[in-house]
Design a protein around this ligand. Structure first.
Ligand code: FMN
Length: 242
């Protein structure tokens, strides 16, 4: 299906057409990148993506984010050990509860991709660990997540715009799966990550984002069409494309 061009809007705030086209291309080719070239990522590029991450909205504009930018080879090596161990824990959960984690094609593909990242994480130029500062009025749950993940998405979009690739990974949240309690021995994976990076106990690591120059060209991402996921006014009324 061909894309609909948006109609002109009142008020004149729209970006010029080539910029709109660039934003559209950026979002449509925003892919999770887990294979990177060996080339380093310069400080200015890192600052560019962080600056745009901090342009996200957050509840009451509290800006409850902090970013640990990991580049040191020693720290990366430890992070990789942590990542591999956490992935094994997730695999154990999958195996213990096949009804919750059916081994369909999508799941298998995701596990393959996660393993791929695990194998080479210590060679990734940069890993950004996005952290959330919870308060009682904005706790670390769905509600609080709504104040940190827009910043992570901004980071990924800004990265894509300058040719960097990344992936939002959430292995540090494995502990929160109800089944995790029976498998955990010692600290949970989030605590291990805190210890590794010196993150205070009250701060929540919300995403681990490898960043680098993609090893392969980015193709358009595959998503269900809008007509299958949007409704007109009420749930049961299908959205009709223009
Ligand atoms: C909430 C969330 C959690 C995710 N967790 C992981 C993860 O732990 N590991 C990983 O490799 N990718 C993870 N991803 C990336 C998804 O696998 C990816 O967005 C999805 O498969 C679509 O692939 P694409 O981005 O290449 O189009 C996560 C994405 C989201 C939004």
């Amino acid at each position: 299906m061909s894309r609909q061009e948006p109609s002109a809007e009142p008020g004149g705030e729209a970006l010029p057409a080539p910029a709109v086209s660039a934003v559209s291309h950026c979002l449509r080719s925003l892919r999770s990148v887990r294979r990177f070239l060996a080339a380093d990522v310069d400080q200015r590029s890192i600052e560019f993506v962080l600056e745009h991450a901090t342009r996200a909205g957050s509840a009451k504009n509290r800006q409850p984010w902090r970013f640990v930018v990991v580049r040191d080879a020693g720290v990366l090596a430890e992070l990789t050990v942590w990542y591999r161990r956490s992935l094994r824990k997730l695999a154990a959960l999958d195996a213990a509860r096949p009804e919750l984690f059916p081994a369909d094609d999508r799941r298998r593909a995701q596990v393959r991709e996660s393993e791929l990242l695990a194998r080479s994480l210590d060679a990734v130029p940069v890993v950004v660990v996005a952290c959330f500062l919870p308060i009682p009025a904005n706790p670390a749950n769905f509600y609080g997540g709504a104040s940190i993940y827009p910043a992570v998405q901004n980071l990924l979009v800004a990265a894509r715009a300058i040719g960097l690739g990344g992936a939002l990974t959430t292995l540090q949240a494995v502990d929160e799966l109800p089944e995790a309690a029976c498998l955990s021995a010692g600290n949970g994976v989030a605590d291990e990550l805190r210890t590794l990076l010196g993150i205070p106990a009250e701060v929540v690591p919300a995403a681990v984002v490898p960043l680098g120059w993609p090893a392969q060209p980015l193709t358009v991402n595959r998503r269900d069409p809008v007509r299958e996921v949007a409704y007109a006014d009420r749930w049961e009324r299908p959205w009709t494309p223009a």
